[in-house]
Design a protein around this ligand. Structure first.
Ligand SMILES: [Zn+2]
Length: 320
């Protein structure tokens, strides 16, 4: 199992640290969803558990430790994740960790703990983990994966070696997507996925996603040109996933903003984008709409009247 090409520099860096015996007992990996973060962590975990890694630091896949890990039953490995339907990792889950860390190791590799969505630990959970990090048991690596590392207490962060999982550059993403059978154009998918290749691929596999996105863009354009009322469009999308709607709008505003600076012909040559752009007389207005929608995004955790919320959201596109 090779890591994705955009992670190879980071992989090398970690492998070198390991070879030089400088790998910290806690690694904090930060990166956004849809770039293959879990694939990277799987590789890393497998490598740390393996008893016969190769020169590139990859797990051999053949040794006893690799076999039990592949069977999903390695006794020296523990994964902690958000409980289903919950927004926080509760302290009880992290407390369970100390029991695991006090066991003796069964195989020759490292003992490995993986905490997914580590930035979703509640305060007590983070404090409890801090205690484990202050007295690290030998030969143990705790891997924390987070989207927003800044949500973690600084005391916790400072005890970790921090690494960023990078978003690949566009050409790298396109090259990777070219290896897959896509029903949509890779360019379009990547734009919808904010350049994140695995997300782009999953969007292609979600039936109707790109179609819905296009239909919503057309509806927004109808609001801009006053061919449809805000209320009718708000109603038409009342049941649709709200965060998706907000993200699409933010993506288009971001494109408008960027292309206005870099290459305005990209807007002029695209009828739909040109129409959306006409809602905003200048960059300041585009930015204001963007900021407004970002703020609205933070309200989606609360119970809302969807119709009213949709209306308020669509007002961002009404010409003033
Ligand atoms: Zn192995």
């Amino acid at each position: 199992m090779n890591v994705y090409p955009w992670f190879s520099v980071l992989w090398e860096q970690l492998t070198k640290s390991r070879q030089a015996d400088r790998l910290a007992h806690a690694l904090l990996l930060t990166g956004s969803q849809g770039i293959g973060r879990h694939h990277f962590v799987s590789n890393l975990v497998a490598s740390l558990l393996c008893n016969a890694i190769d020169d590139e630091g990859k797990a051999c896949g053949q040794c006893r430790a690799c076999h039990v890990h592949q069977g999903g039953a390695h006794p020296d490995y523990l994964a902690i994740d958000l409980p289903e339907g919950k927004k926080q990792i509760p302290v009880a889950l992290i407390r369970g960790l100390s029991g695991f860390l006090s066991l003796s190791r069964s195989y020759g590799g490292f003992r490995v703990v993986f905490i997914n969505a580590a930035d979703k630990m509640n305060v007590n959970a983070a404090n409890s983990l801090l205690k484990s990090l202050e007295e690290p048991p030998p030969n143990t690596i705790i891997i924390l994966l987070a989207e927003q590392a800044s949500n973690l207490p600084i005391t916790l962060r400072s005890r970790c070696q921090q690494y960023t999982l990078p978003v690949p550059i566009r050409s790298e993403s396109l090259a990777w997507l070219a290896q897959h059978d896509l029903s949509e154009s890779a360019e379009k998918l990547l734009s919808a996925a904010a350049n994140r290749p695995l997300l782009a691929l999953s969007l292609d596999q979600q039936s109707g996603y790109m179609n819905d996105r296009q239909r919503f863009a057309i509806d927004l354009a109808s609001v801009v040109t006053e061919q449809k009322s805000v209320t009718s469009v708000a109603k038409a999308w009342e049941k649709y996933d709200l965060l998706t709607l907000l993200d699409w709008q933010l993506q288009w505003l971001h494109q408008l903003f960027k292309n206005n600076i870099l290459d305005k012909t990209k807007i002029d040559n695209n009828k739909l984008m040109a129409c959306l752009a006409s809602a905003f007389p200048n960059q300041d207005k585009t930015w204001q709409a963007y900021e407004r929608l970002v703020q609205m995004k933070s309200l989606t955790d609360y119970p809302l009247n969807r119709l009213m919320f949709n209306e308020a959201m669509l007002l961002s596109w009404v010409k003033t």
